[in-house]
Design a protein around this ligand. Sequence first.
Ligand SMILES: Nc1nc2c(ncn2[C@@H]2O[C@H](COP(=O)(O)OP(=O)(O)OP(=O)(O)O)[C@@H](O)[C@H]2O)c(=O)[nH]1
Ligand SMILES: [K+]
Ligand SMILES: [Mg+2]
Length: 370
Amino acid sequence: MGITEKINEIKDEMAKTQKNKATNYHLGTLKAKLAKLRSMQTEESKGGKGAEGEGFEVEKLGHARIAMIGFPSVGKSTMLNVLTETESLSAAYEFTTLTCIPGFIYHNEAKLQLLDLPGIIEGAASGKGRGRQVIAVGKSSDLIMMVLDTQKGEEQKAKLTLELESVGIRLNQPKPLITVKQTNKGGVMINCTVKRTKMDDKMIKNVLAEYKMHNAHVVMRGDYTVDELIDSIEGNRHYVKCLYVYNKIDTVSIEDVDQLARLPNTTVISSGMKLGLELLKERIWEMLGLVRVYTKKKGSQPDLSDPLILTKGRGGYSVKAAIKQIHKGLLTNFKCAYVWGKSAKHSPQKVGLIHELADEDVLQIMKKGN
Ligand SMILES: Nc1nc2c(ncn2[C@@H]2O[C@H](COP(=O)(O)OP(=O)(O)OP(=O)(O)O)[C@@H](O)[C@H]2O)c(=O)[nH]1
Ligand SMILES: [K+]
Ligand SMILES: [Mg+2]
């Protein structure tokens, strides 16, 4: 039996098993078995196709990367056309877009790479169509925009989420603070810093046993689920922010639009009618968590036209990260810095390299010897 058949067999068994206290442990073990098989499947596909199976080889440019993922004909290419200078063919038939097409959104002096991608379908993750490649691009992005068709039901969101989850992408979830260290003897030791309500000792031991870990030290800094435990053991998960974008709001009633707009991490637009695009860019900015820092020289006004753009993923928000962007050599001559703005306790605040800057701060760097 191949891996895919084994996966389907376990999925069937999980679907058949009623959720209750008695079956809980069995379900936990099945989840671990499924995770193991999926890892094997991912490894297998890597070995078979090599690097070409991974994404579309589009260079990462700009301050952040945003990938549009959605079913066919939800309006991804139309969005690229109205948000960037780049043209991507849009049409009423499915699978109009066959490759990855990058464009740039310019917002708040930052340059954001927006990727138009082929539509994906159910089963994309297990190798149907270009789905695998599309999903690989999702992993390399700072933000996934899940593009949804307002006319279609809520299940499109659940289906896409499942596809992404099955290859290890976790949307809008914090990385669980769990460590599992294998030991030589002493059985499974569990320490948890908070009251556990979602997993008992037996559940944890069952899952570890599935990974042949009979002696281990587990430390959990939160009340985590069995899925989060498995994620920690498997490793290699991608924790990515996701903005849900409902497109084609021109096709439904105001009441329906209003309801959708209230959902968390959600924004509503019509690319066709160019509605909601400014708000969309604001939401993208918020979720990317980019920080603009204006630099100034002693005795002059800050330069407001050309800020440094700091990102959480690529270097962080520290004064050190800001200086590195200006010129690495500056670090050796660094004496101190003055900061005006939201991150400063008083204005200006004298700070060192580890000070964390906030959006729209002004930074003045003092060099040794002056
Ligand atoms: N009514 C309406 N139609 C739209 C809107 N945005 C896109 N469309 C239409 O939806 C159809 C599909 O648009 P595309 O931009 O090609 O969709 P896509 O998601 O890129 O499709 P694939 O590349 O095939 O996956 C086209 O006929 C568009 O004109 C919108 O906001 N409102
Ligand atoms: K289309
Ligand atoms: Mg398209």
